[in-house]
Design a protein around this ligand. Structure first.
Ligand code: PLP
Length: 458
């Protein structure tokens, strides 16, 4: 109860205004966190919550993982910070070596950062410097998709396809060209799926020709859509065609695996499902799984050599390669590999998906369930035939999240801000989830949907 709050902090009596949770000393409406282990989070309100969101698709190995805590503790007791101009760190060097072994052949150099936006920025700036280093200085445009999410810093935001987030900052950024993200079901779902996907891949070629091939340097894509699309999975033909087009025009293919990487989709990298090898990879979120801020750009040494030879990579952050973050990342990656949590994501993902499909049968306002591994989404609609969205003022996904929270189930949703991307929730538990826990998740979700149905019925 309120008695357990830190001194001087009162819970606000009123509903917090939108986004006030982003600032501290705030009028938060959520309980204070007490402790967490596995997929369970205990609030100071005395309630236990199932974390079926992994926070924000972050906590892939669950909370309080003993191996990760031990690795961090050991590192902390030795050295908490070592600046890379002054010392090398076993944690950073070790993690770089181990992660490279898990990458497609050729992607063998690691540049550490502290988060997803920084990882994306690193790719964009590296791509630009590579173009300059190889005598292609006219190339600077990065084509991306709409909707998409690549981060909140100005460079990453310029390639993010989500105008409510980016529009206020347009005057501060170079406009970057966008093509449509394939969303088969939302676009009617009647066209042959492969033909639909290929038609969307071909939009990349059209955009390159429209922009002028000698001005385009890269295409950035989430291999499986994140929260912006609700786990949309374009299959092998789409990704293969995208790779083909990038090769044809000498354009770098950047895979943003910030959300999809480190086992989330049932493979270490999502791109393994289609055996498509990108030129650059951005990683974060599940990389250190929430234990510490960590991200990385992975690049091929042939490209790194070009950039370094031409004068160096003009980029970097103070916290890059932080020993505690890297010790955490190393233990997380070992957990994922040695316990084969990618396989668990596939098996538990199939169990969860079967459950979500059954819920779709039961609740007519569920228009679609989709995803890969344990990156899954449930789409709410007014009418399955036309995929007409529910009236925005109902805020169905947002309401479901609140109802579920009350019932001790945490699922993720991103505010639709103008309904640009449908109305969906993400169901993305830690990859350590057991079959019993999947069943509990589905039971709590069903209870929540029953309550939502009552509300929708008015
Ligand atoms: N890229 C993708 C695909 C993401 O999902 C996110 C975060 O949600 C980011 C980049 C940005 O990462 P961060 O919030 O760590 O800056």
């Amino acid at each position: 109860g309120v008695d357990t709050l830190p001194p001087g902090i009162k819970r606000a009596a009123h509903q917090a205004p939108a986004d006030s949770y982003l600032f501290y000393q705030a009028h938060g409406t959520r309980p204070f966190i007490d402790r967490a282990e596995g997929i369970w989070m205990h609030g100071q309100d005395g309630k236990t919550y199932m974390d079926a969101a992994s926070g924000a698709m972050v906590c892939n190995v669950g909370h309080s993982n003993p191996r990760v805590l031990k690795a961090m503790r050991e590192q902390m007791e030795r050295a908490t910070f070592a600046y890379r101009l002054q010392f090398q760190s076993e944690a950073a060097e070790g993690l770089a070596a181990e992660i490279v072994d898990l990458m497609p052949a050729g992607l063998d150099r690691v540049f550490f950062v502290s988060g997803g936006s920084e990882a994306v920025e690193s790719c964009l700036k590296f791509a630009r410097q590579y173009m300059i280093a190889t005598g292609q200085g006219t190339r600077y445009k990065v084509i991306s998709r709409h909707p998409s999410y690549h981060g909140s810093t100005l460079g990453a935001l310029a390639v993010t396809g989500y105008t409510p987030l980016s529009a206020p900052f347009d005057p501060m950024m170079r406009p970057m060209p966008k093509i449509a993200t394939p969303r088969h079901y939302l676009d009617g779902g009647t066209e042959d799926e492969d033909a639909y996907a290929l038609r969307h891949a071909d939009m990349l070629e059209e955009a390159i020709l429209r922009e002028g091939p000698d001005t385009v340097m890269a295409f950035i894509v989430e291999p499986v859509g994140g929260a912006s699309t609700g786990a949309v999975v374009p299959g092998a033909p789409y990704h293969a065609r995208i790779r083909e087009i990038c090769d044809k025009y000498g354009i770098l293919l950047i895979h943003d695996e910030v959300m999809t990487g480190v086992g989330r989709t049932g493979a270490f990298l999502a791109s393994e499902h289609w055996k498509v090898v990108p030129d650059l990879i951005a990683m974060s979120k599940g990389f250190a799984a929430g234990y510490a801020p960590l991200g990385a750009m992975i690049a091929p040494s042939r490209m790194v050599a070009k950039v370094l030879d031409a004068g160096g990579y003009a980029h970097g952050h103070t916290y890059a390669g932080n020993p505690i973050a890297c010790a955490a990342g190393r233990a997380v990656v070992r957990e994922v590999v040695e316990r084969d949590l990618s396989a668990n994501a596939r098996i538990m993902g199939a169990r969860q998906m079967a459950g979500l499909r059954a819920l779709k049968e039961e609740f007519p306002f569920i228009g679609d369930v989709r995803g890969l591994g344990l990156l899954q989404a449930v789409e709410f609609v007014a009418d399955r035939e036309t995929m007409r969205v529910l009236p925005p003022e109902l805020n169905a996904a947002a309401r479901l999240v609140e109802i579920a929270y009350e019932k001790g189930l945490i699922v993720y949703f991103r505010r639709t801000r103008g309904g640009q991307s449908g109305d969906h929730i993400m169901v993305t538990p830690p990859l350590t989830i057991t079959d019993k826990e999947v069943d509990t998740l589905l039971e709590r979700l069903r209870d929540s949907l029953v309550a939502l149905r009552k509300e929708l019925a008015g």
